[in-house]
Design a protein around this ligand. Structure first.
Ligand code: FES
Length: 188
């Protein structure tokens, strides 16, 4: 005959088969959670930039040797960047343009740093389909407006690297940068 304690246990605990099944469910769930964690960690870890990628996130560019009318090309995050030192005439030509008439209305001041109008730093990537425009290299054609010319489909940019003619929809993009000194910048 069952004691009082045995009767209470029988009333509270499910039959042996159900308890075993619950344990299996719980054990499987715990394994799945650990398994998911084990998969997610390498994926997150893979998404962290490696040291060499971090090093390329920002670059220092020395502009000291760039004379008025010249430009240099550097590579930043896999893209060409043009750093151009405008002449007084090029600055004046850019400032004479009626901004309202532009496809992508921006002043030269919008595209340069305060007090640094002679330094025009842009991506060297045409905003039409991504070709590298001409005009930064010595002797390269600079198009009808004296800035850059994209030979792929004939986009012309002016001395503020604003699109003036051709299929490009926007001005050459100005990346984030800061002047570290009068003649050096950090891009990125
Ligand atoms: S990619 Fe420059 S004009 Fe088409």
């Amino acid at each position: 005959m069952a004691s009082d304690t045995q009767r209470v246990q029988a009333a509270v605990l499910p039959p042996e088969g159900e308890r075993r099944r619950d344990f299996l469910y719980i054990a499987t769930g715990a394994f799945a959670a650990v398994g998911a964690g084990a998969v997610v960690w390498p994926m997150i870890n893979q998404m962290n930039p490696s040291a060499d990628v971090l090093a390329l996130a920002a670059i220092d560019v020395d502009l000291a040797s760039v004379q008025p009318g010249q430009a240099i090309k550097v590579s930043w995050r896999g893209k060409p960047v043009f750093a151009r030192r405008l002449t007084a005439d090029e600055i004046s030509a850019a400032n004479k343009v009626d901004v309202a008439s532009l496809r992508d209305p921006q002043t030269l001041a919008d595209r340069t740093k305060p007090g640094k109008a002679e330094w025009l730093i842009t991506l060297g990537v045409c905003t039409h389909l991504g070709c590298v425009p001409l005009g930064a290299g010595t002797g390269e054609v600079r198009g009808d407006f004296g800035g850059y010319f994209c030979p792929c489909h004939g986009s012309h940019y002016d001395t503020a690297a604003r699109v003036r003619k051709g299929p490009a929809p926007r001005n050459l993009e100005v990346p984030q940068y800061v002047f570290k000194s009068d003649t050096s910048v950090t891009i990125g």
